[in-house]
Write a new protein. Sequence first.
Length: 526
Amino acid sequence: MAVDTARAHAQAVLRVRGLALAAAVLPTAVAVVLLAGRFTGRIGAAGSSDATGWDAARWGVCALAALTLLVAGLTTRALRRAVPPQTPAVPVERAVAPELYRLIDELADRLDVPAPSAVALTPDCDSWLEDVPPPRRPHALRPHPGGPAPVLVIGSPFLWWMRAGELRALLAPVVAGTAASADPEIAAARRFLRSLDACLDSGPGSAPGLGGATLAAPPAPPRGGPAGLADRITRRITRRLLGACRGHSAELERSVASWASEEARTVDYGLRIAAQEQVGLAYAGWDRLLTRVALPAWRLGRHPAHLNAGVVAALTELSRRDRLADGYGTRLGDRPACDLLEEPGTVDRAVSRLAADLFFGRPAAGAWHELEWADYPAEVVDAGWRSRAAALQAALDRLAPQSRPGAPTLTRLLVRLAEGDGEQLAAALAAQLARTTAPAPLLEPDRTGRDLLVDHVTAMVCCAAVDTAGGVPGLDWLDGPVLLLGGVRRTDLAAPVAQAVEQGQDGPLRAWLDAAEVRLEKPVRL
């Protein structure tokens, strides 16, 4: 059985811990035996022919024992002081989501396993049990027989995209995993592994250990002197212990997952197959929403307040365009999982703010400006275009100063591109942005100078279209900022801009501008 296999691997991990403890106390035990033999006269008694040799052995073993105990003490202190990293998540109290708690409680009852101690939401398309007790305990679902029960962490896009029945089916194998946390040996093995992993991750120059799904605090800078030597010794011992446990740790978690999945087969198994299909769709929509819709807003210091509601709009649009969400219309009749929350909008705000902090970091201004979707075209699309157009104008002024400064026009830009200044302009733009922007965040793609130039020329053209041809900034749920002319989204701008930038051929772009009735000679408002 999978649970027996998991317990066997947990025992193997605990044997590694026991062997490490034995190795730490063995020199001390030998020293105690030698000292006792000296005082009782049974080993190297005073005046005997071999007393000198035994005395030397005692001093050597005692010194080794003292050194071993010192190293063991330092390692034990490091393990006790290391705090296992906890996945950043938004805690959801029972009062905020009584129906969600009731669903999970009933699920645990049906599976005959301890219920999770609390629920939290994370801006990710995954769900798992977090083996870190929550800071507050009044709203625990039921007492856990093995001590603090784990927290159930749910990916927030699931609550907004999935129906309540689909969410229940999806969470069944996750909730079933609480039984493993109640097993004393499995729980002890996991605590030992987490402390080793946390000790390694918290040190200077740390690298991920066995746990890679959680986010740890930035490592402290390396220390010198005796403290630095102690750190290096502790980290080397920790690596050895982790290496000895790595295979057993992986098999332990694999066996627990297999057992939990098998136990959950009795709960909504057919519906879980359909729910798994929605997981892939939710991931695709979430990723696209973050990279194409949220990221442009984050760059400007704005964070959309309702990302999870946005992913529903994005996936609905995806199903309409590509027919990837067959049967979505019939799903609309079922209750959405976000209805299990008392105030979905408030929870969405908290998760959206956490997503901005995790995937982008703090804005340059030091504080986020909350953004509603209705304000996105004006505050993100138009403002982003004009910010990039201003940066392009500044780079153009440094590259080729003119006699009528402060009046940026498309005519001047197209002339410079046609004269073959694209490479120099791209380099100047890249250097300028490198001086004024922070390091790229997690979701920021690596872009060459030419990519930046294409992006900035497009922004300049869009600004001119808005100023002189009745263009309107718009939001597409799958592609982000778009230009609307006559109420129609223009998707044919990318090719002529690329030709003008990469080949210096401005003819196609001029033809596009003429057809759109964009005035080349009019200054662009920055």
